[in-house]
Write a protein that binds this ligand. Structure first.
Ligand SMILES: Nc1ncnc2c1ncn2[C@@H]1O[C@H](COP(=O)(O)OP(=O)(O)OP(=O)(O)O)[C@@H](O)[C@H]1O
Length: 250
């Protein structure tokens, strides 16, 4: 198993703005192991989403390098699956077709594609809803479809930007458990951006704590607990309080 499966070296990001440039990310270096679950937390505006957009390939770094499995990250690619806060399902397509769309450029036959879609709908517990319309789904169900769509290409990594941010607390907790189960079953390298420190420590093998202006890695916290985890484990509470103390300092 490679310890630098996903590798960020001295990544820097600046945006041109009216009166010069905005320095958003400064000297971000991080090696992520194959199969690892990394959570990224930090206050609003510290560059978490920008970092994820660089990993997706929607933005280009101003300096430094990002590599996945030995190859530079350039542009979007099905080898990187994405789930955003807003599920972005097409309302005029059924659940099945929404997931199928992600396989548009796949070399698989139609029958193989459908089989793959159903396999992933089963994985997220929604096989019975294959023919449903997005409007018939709850927020949590829509987000499950988005996870199925993110995984259907069997990507090398799964990138999640506040995937449960718009859900109520109970649904959010359920989806976190689902994600933990799916991650364990699939063994997929995962990067999660979240505001929620509880979520970050519950799911992550490591939690990257970012600091603002410009966004930097403040520290990296190892969550030294095996999976599956119990959310009430005292160690998780301890780590959470420790990280929140960091937030209070910035
Ligand atoms: N395309 C852009 N052009 C100019 N500035 C940008 C652009 N994208 C992001 N920014 C700025 O970069 C900074 C970091 O934004 P980013 O969304 O990455 O932070 P974040 O940590 O994800 O915040 P939040 O938690 O509120 O979503 C912000 O000041 C934002 O205004």
């Amino acid at each position: 198993m490679r310890s630098d499966f996903l590798s960020l070296r001295q990544v820097d990001k600046r945006f041109p703005v009216e009166d010069g440039e905005l320095h958003v990310l400064d000297d971000i270096s991080l090696n992520i192991r194959q199969g690892e679950f990394i959570s990224i937390v930090g206050g609003s505006g510290c560059g978490k989403s920008t970092l994820l957009r660089l990993l997706v390939g929607l933005e280009q770094a101003s300096g430094g390098s990002l590599q996945l499995d030995g190859a530079p990250i350039e542009g979007t690619d099905p080898e990187r699956g994405i789930v955003f806060q807003d599920h972005r399902l097409y309302p005029w397509l059924t659940v099945e077709d929404n997931v199928l769309l992600a396989l548009l450029n796949s070399p698989l036959s139609k029958a193989e594609r459908l089989q793959r879609v159903h396999e992933h709908l089963r994985l997220v517990g929604l096989e019975a809803f294959a023919r449903a319309w997005p409007a018939q789904l709850s927020g949590g169900m829509s987000q499950r479809v988005a996870i199925a769509r993110g995984l259907v290409n069997r990507p090398k990594i799964l990138l999640l930007d506040e995937p449960f941010g718009a859900l109520d607390a109970l649904t959010r907790a359920q989806l976190q458990e689902e994600l933990a189960r799916i991650w364990l079953a699939e063994g997929i390298t995962t990067v999660l951006v979240t505001h929620d420190v509880d979520e970050a420590v519950f799911l992550g093998d490591r939690v990257v704590v970012m600091q603002p202006r410009p966004g930097k890695i403040g520290r990296i916290v190892e969550v030294d607990l095996p999976h599956p985890r119990h959310r009430d484990h005292p160690r998780l509470h301890e780590l959470r309080s420790d990280i929140l103390r960091d937030f209070a300092r910035h």
